[in-house]
Design a protein around this ligand. Structure first.
Ligand code: FES
Ligand code: FES
Length: 209
């Protein structure tokens, strides 16, 4: 996927969210085949014998769950843990609406199997809140009016959060490159870049950069 400037969908550190999948297993095979990794709605109930017990660390909390091996992290976040801030878009690694952080790096939750997330720290948009207050990146998106319908916004914010953790003072070109895997149908890109720059400055002010 490329953005309007032709940048490819790389995340911070030069590792693409799709590239990561080649190292983590079955989700990558389905992605490469152009198939949705796992349907968000599990159409048929699983044979209980096929369920796998996993412990997922999400937003600093451990969740013990029984999952089907084919369930995506996106499905488990939304349908089992009711963390619905992470959005369902294309379900095939093209839009970025489902972006979360895995060990601090942006990943597509639709292309990550829940079982693959075990042993890793997952952060969702809900995990950026500071108590009742918005996180720094969330606040910057609000102040820069960096959304219209808001559907892509959680994914955009998570991609920005991942970028700023790796690169506290990115250039505009670096922001565009890092965010290229997140599409906005409303075309709010100019404001999104401004929001990321504002968030970078705010993070540096509070000592995160
Ligand atoms: S829903 Fe995951 S990339 Fe579109
Ligand atoms: S704000 Fe509507 S899709 Fe981005």
């Amino acid at each position: 996927m490329k953005d309007e400037d032709g940048h490819k969908g790389h995340c911070c550190g030069g590792v693409s969210r799709r590239g990561f999948l080649s190292s983590v297993g079955a989700g990558a095979v389905l992605a490469a085949a152009g198939l949705p990794a796992v349907p968000v709605a599990a159409e048929q109930p699983a044979d209980p014998a096929e369920l796998v017990r996993v412990t997922l660390r999400i937003n600093g909390r451990a969740h013990r769950l029984l999952v089907e091996p084919r369930w995506s992290l996106l499905f488990v976040l939304r349908e089992r843990l009711v963390l619905t801030g992470t959005k369902v878009g294309c379900e095939r690694g093209e839009c970025g609406a489902c972006t979360v952080l895995v060990d601090g790096l942006p990943r597509y939750a639709c292309l990550t199997l829940a079982v693959e997330a075990q042993g890793h720290e997952v952060t969702t948009i809900e995990g950026l809140l500071r108590g009742e207050e918005l996180g720094v990146v969330q606040q910057a998106f609000l102040e820069e009016d960096a959304f219209q319908c808001g559907f892509c916004t959680p994914g955009q914010i998570m991609a920005a959060e991942g970028l700023l953790r790796a690169n506290p003072d990115p250039t505009v070109a670096e922001i565009r490159a890092a965010m290229a895997g997140n599409l906005c149908r409303c075309g709010a890109y100019a404001h999104i870049v401004k929001a990321v720059r504002r968030a970078a400055a705010a993070r540096r002010e509070v000592g995160h950069g």
